[in-house]
Design a protein around this ligand. Structure first.
Ligand SMILES: C[S@@+](CC[C@H](N)C(=O)[O-])C[C@H]1O[C@@H](n2cnc3c(N)ncnc32)[C@H](O)[C@@H]1O
Length: 231
């Protein structure tokens, strides 16, 4: 499948595990992969969560294979993971990268559900880097905790787990270098933030509907940047 090129962005419709190794070195890989989630239970509230039905229908609750995080293909990796894959992810960061930090997205609007666990009021990501690719940004940007509202309604772009623009903008401010790859692009939130940060972006997504959303969002981000440059 021929990739779609939009200014400094190249978007691939296909399988991340097949395509990512062929796309070569990027300064940073930013991964928001399918989380390993127990999609059962939830009691009465579960019935009012059609989002969870979409997560199951799109197999977004099955976790991911961490072999896709390859320190030979990226200077740094920023990887989201749900609770049950976090220990494995930290072990990978410890074993394969020079240094790493555990960072937290604290949601200001967590779902009113606990499901025999804690409420989903935080999501974790690990920023792991090799020498020369340590976190970028000024002191105000080098904080590990971000308090940001989770997208609801149209801000989800038809995807059940869209990351908020404000979070991805913060994360991209901590990325050193010029080239960013997101192998689980979804609706293109990483790409939008990368383009706004003036970086080159490579994205992969296997769901055609989400891919088309990413194409539209990144096209708009590139046009916005071109208008700003022309002004
Ligand atoms: C957690 S979502 C990413 C959401 C994204 N950060 C956003 O804000 O829209 C993970 C995405 O990876 C995609 N995906 C899952 N397995 C994949 C694979 N093997 N190859 C490519 N894409 C995959 C899913 O379709 C889903 O859109």
């Amino acid at each position: 499948m021929t990739p779609v090129t939009i200014g400094p962005a190249t978007l691939h419709l296909g399988d991340a595990y097949t395509l990512r190794p062929a796309l070569g070195f990027h300064d940073a890989d930013v991964l928001d992969p399918p989380y390993l989630i127990r999609a059962t239970g939830g009691g009465r509230y579960r019935k009012r969560r059609p989002m969870m039905d979409q997560i199951v229908a799109e197999q977004l609750h099955t976790g991911f294979d961490m072999a896709i995080v390859n320190p030979l293909l990226c200077g740094a990796a920023i990887v989201f993971a749900h609770n049950d894959q976090l220990a494995q992810l930290l072990s990978l960061a410890q074993g394969q990268f020079h240094r790493h930090a555990l960072c937290v997205w604290q949601k200001t609007n967590p779902q009113p559900i606990a499901n025999k666990h804690y409420r989903p009021d935080v999501e974790f990501y690990v920023h792991a880097w090799n020498r020369g690719y340590h976190p970028a940004g000024d002191l105000a940007e080098l904080l590990r905790v971000s308090r940001i509202t989770s997208p609801r309604g149209p801000a989800r772009f038809g995807h059940p787990t869209t990351k908020p623009d404000a979070l991805m903008t913060k994360i991209l401010a901590n990325v050193r270098g010029q080239s960013v790859c997101d192998p689980f692009m979804g609706t293109g939130s990483t790409g939008v933030a990368a383009i706004r940060a003036g970086k080159r972006f490579t994205g992969i997504e296997h769901n055609p509907a989400h891919f088309e959303t990413a194409v539209a969002r990144i096209t708009a981000a590139v046009a916005e940047l071109e208008r700003a440059d022309a002004a």
